[in-house]
Design a protein around this ligand. Structure first.
Ligand code: BV8
Length: 224
């Protein structure tokens, strides 16, 4: 039985990490074009570095919740059958004990050299002077996928989605592509599709089954 679990910001909401589009979401406080696009970084790199330093500090202070822990238990109970494909740049899945995690939009705790492409563990506080340990260039950027950039690991994700028997989406509004298109791809491939979310999302019609409520409650209940 192969299970693909797509997660979004909603699974980390109860760990204190704000979502993007909810009433007090990040995109109500920051301009997405300024802080999450390559153009924004070119225009004002300090603003972007500060934005991700603040999110990294929140992430470091946060702890996995019952939803993250339930998914780690599911993977342990079904070795090799479960993969988490997350849009989240936090590391709460890994800290909960999940091994098979694909971060399709990157990771807050990783730095990327815009000059040579080298990746290394991000310092807790990145600065524009942070030098690449490989080429020495001071062209470090957060290792996250910005709007207009191609998400990471798309080939592996497409293979896993095409082969899965169960596809579950947790805590995502289904508004950002290509992530939001994965459920329909899984359904086309014959998977049983389940949505676990606080409320209906943009892609709810795609699912065979929907359970609404806080992730910390509906995810453990679905796993048990
Ligand atoms: C805004 C949107 C319309 N724009 C896009 O989708 C764009 C453009 C686009 C491409 N294709 C399209 C097709 C149609 C329209 C537009 C496009 N996409 C791109 O630019 C992508 C790149 C997108 C990635 C951008 N980077 C992020 N993050 C990293 C940085 C960072 O984090 O700062 S996106 C970022 O926002 C997205 C937020 O969505 P969610 O996680 O769902 O969060 P949201 O707040 O929206 O919703 C939270 C949900 O949780 C629920 N909830 C809340 N609390 C709880 C709770 N307690 N329990 C349970 N659920 C809860 C809520 O009810 C809600 O439903 C996540 O993906 C997150 O990673 N790149 C690309 O397309 O490249 C080309 C390409 C692609 C493929 C192959 C070849 C070429």
């Amino acid at each position: 039985m192969s299970i693909v679990i797509l997660t979004g910001a909603g699974i980390s909401a109860e760990s204190g990490l704000g979502t993007f589009r909810d009433k007090d979401g990040l995109w109500t406080r920051y301009d997405l074009e300024e802080v999450a696009t390559p153009e924004g970084f070119a225009r004002n790199p300090q603003l972007v570095v500060d934005f991700y330093n603040a999110r990294r500090a929140n992430c470091l202070a946060a702890r996995p919740n019952a939803a993250h822990e339930a998914l780690a238990r599911l993977e342990a109970a079904r070795p090799g059958e479960v993969v988490i494909v997350t849009q989240n740049v936090d590391d709460l899945h890994q800290r909960a004990g999940s091994q098979s995690v694909i971060q399709m939009h990157g990771a807050l705790r990783s730095a990327l050299c815009a000059a040579c492409g080298h990746r290394w563990p991000a310092p807790d506080v990145m600065s524009l002077a942070t030098a690449c340990p490989s080429c020495g260039a001071a062209r470090a950027r957060p290792d996250v996928v910005w709007f207009g950039e191609i998400p990471y690991h798309m080939d592996e994700i497409a293979d896993r989605v095409a082969a899965c028997e169960i596809f579950v989406a947790i805590g995502t509004s289904g508004q950002v592509y290509p992530a939001a298109g994965l459920a329909a791809e899984a359904r086309r491939a014959g998977a049983h599709c389940v949505e676990l979310n606080l409320e209906a999302s943009e892609i709810s019609r795609v699912f065979h089954e929907r359970r609404f409520g806080p992730a910390s409650q509906v995810v453990p209940a679905w796993v048990e």
